[in-house]
Design a protein around this ligand. Structure first.
Ligand SMILES: Nc1ncnc2c1ncn2[C@@H]1O[C@H](COP(=O)(O)OP(=O)(O)OP(=O)(O)O)[C@@H](O)[C@H]1O
Ligand SMILES: [Mg+2]
Length: 478
């Protein structure tokens, strides 16, 4: 099983596949060419010899008929001609009369015997025949002997010639071609290995570099610029590595922020408790004051943990949305009502302006959390004596829009990009005094994105801030 897997992996390797491809491309055409050329040569040689034999047989048959050789086979001129042709072509000639008797055999083996063969029989019917016997290496030609005047068939001439010379030439050619083929095949295999090695080299280099990066050795960037393609892959992997680094750093920063934020209230409580313990017989008023401070620190710790839990929950389960049709006008009115007491203590004028009735598919609890934070921020970060917060609600056929505008402290331009980060606060000491943990806008943005909406902030430091939110009226599932 394991060896099967190994074998499969072996054949999957780019290098092996390239070698196989190059070898097939280099060797197979050579084999085909060799076989084709030799076969072609053989056919051509046999055809040329057949034509020669036929014309010689034709001339001979005419001479035999003209000289009455069939009646008297001792005619010297014909006999010597027969011998000559047999010597030239390494063959045998039989002269057969109309009784199927062999009257002349140049081999002197079958003279005066009767011959019955299909070719001879067809020749007596006026047709000549030509046959090439590849196995026994000969060409056989039959030719009717006709009377010059009457065209009557008087006999048949049967000529068989050996093709040994053709075969010897074919064998010789085959040997030479085979040697050339073996040499070129070896060269092809060597070239294929070299070429495949050089083509697959960048990929092996890349695998090795990635392995080194994984175990922590080597550089943490790839430079495989052998081909444009590998250069592109390296660049993409480098970008990925960079992203992972950023992600890792932000995770580490988040963990350290969380521990810091959770520790701060604990430190305050410890200081308060320690100083009470240290003062023997401290007055009840002091106890009460310190205990009130401790209680507010506990509340703060509780808020951080609750916010963190909501954030984690949202990160983990995007499908945890509890969607229902919500009257957004009523939702905003309720939020304003809840926030009114805080606004009043800070002497902030809180106004809601609804341009039309809006009903949308929302997770009411989450959306309420998000909008509450926006309006709460607008109230909290406002130290003006004539402070105001204007909230407006509008809609078109696709989206509803909430705008939260204040004339508060504003957000410096360089901080605008960071306000959605967890624990980010523009002025840490001031925000802490107000009770902020810097998780609110992270939560708000998450909720808005889960509703496939968008949030934008515009601000001028010292003058005020505008947050605009756009949410689709119909909930879009992922
Ligand atoms: N309307 C605003 N005006 C001025 N600054 C703002 C406003 N809204 C947000 N900010 C700044 O952005 C920071 C992040 O806001 P966010 O709501 O995330 O945190 P927070 O209000 O400090 O704490 P939390 O909302 O978790 O109680 C705030 O600390 C504040 O500095
Ligand atoms: Mg907030």
């Amino acid at each position: 099983m394991k060896s099967k897997k190994k074998l499969r992996k072996f054949f999957k390797s780019l290098r092996i596949r390239l070698i196989i491809a190059f070898v097939i491309l280099g060797v197979l055409p050579g084999i085909a060419l060799r076989i084709g050329l030799i076969k072609g040569y053989e056919n051509r040689a046999v055809a040329t010899r057949s034509i020669d034999i036929r014309s010689q047989a034709k001339i001979l048959s005419d001479q035999i008929a003209n000289n009455g050789y069939l009646e008297d086979c001792s005619i010297e001129s014909i006999n010597s001609r027969l011998e000559l042709i047999c010597n030239i072509y390494d063959g045998r000639i039989l002269v057969i009369d109309n009784t199927f008797h062999i009257i002349k055999d140049t081999y002197d083996l079958d003279t005066s015997k009767i011959i019955i063969s299909e070719e001879v029989a067809t020749s007596f019917q006026g047709q000549e025949s030509n046959k090439y016997d590849r196995v026994n290496n000969y060409i056989q030609q039959t030719m009717p002997i006709r009377d010059v005047d009457t065209q009557e068939i008087l006999g048949v001439l049967l000529v068989s010639v050996s093709t040994d010379t053709v075969h010897a030439a074919v064998d010789y050619l085959q040997n030479i071609a085979l040697i050339i083929q073996i040499v070129t095949s070896i060269l092809t295999v060597v070239c294929a290995i070299l070429l495949a090695n050089s083509l697959s080299h960048p990929f092996r280099k890349m695998t090795k570099s990635i392995e080194e990066i994984q175990i922590g050795y080597g550089e943490d960037v790839l430079h495989i610029d052998d081909f444009a393609e590998t250069e592109e892959i390296s660049e993409n992997i480098n970008a990925l590595l960079k992203n992972m680094k950023v992600l890792d750093e932000s995770r580490q920063e988040f963990v350290s922020n969380v521990s810091h934020e959770l520790k701060t209230p604990l430190t305050s409580m410890k200081v308060l408790a320690d100083s009470l313990i240290a003062q023997e017989g401290a007055p009840v008023e002091l106890y009460q004051e310190f205990m009130t401070d401790i209680a507010s620190e506990i509340e703060r710790e509780n808020k951080i943990i609750t916010d963190l839990l909501s954030l984690v929950k949202m990160d983990k389960a995007a499908d945890s949305m509890n969607i229902s049709s919500v009257n957004v006008n009523e939702l905003l009115e309720l939020i304003m009502k809840r926030l009114m007491p805080i606004a009043e203590t800070q002497h902030i004028e809180l106004v809601l302006e609804s341009f039309r009735p809006v009903s949308a598919e929302l997770d009411e609890t989450k959306m309420s959390l998000a909008l509450t934070n926006l309006i709460e921020n607008a109230i909290k970060y406002n130290d003006k004596t004539d402070g105001w917060v204007h909230v407006s609600l509008n809609a078109d056929h696709q989206y509803f829009y909430v705008k939260v505008e204040d004339n508060g402290v504003g957000i410096p331009e360089e901080s605008l990009d960071h306000i959605y980060e967890r624990f980010y606060r523009v002025d840490k000491s001031h925000s802490r005094e107000i009770g902020g943990t810097g998780l609110g806008l992270a939560l708000t943005r998450n909720v808005i994105l889960m509703h496939r909406g968008a949030i934008k902030a515009f601000s001028t430091e010292g003058e005020g801030t505008i947050f605009t939110v756009r949410i689709p009226l119909k909930y879009i599932t992922a």
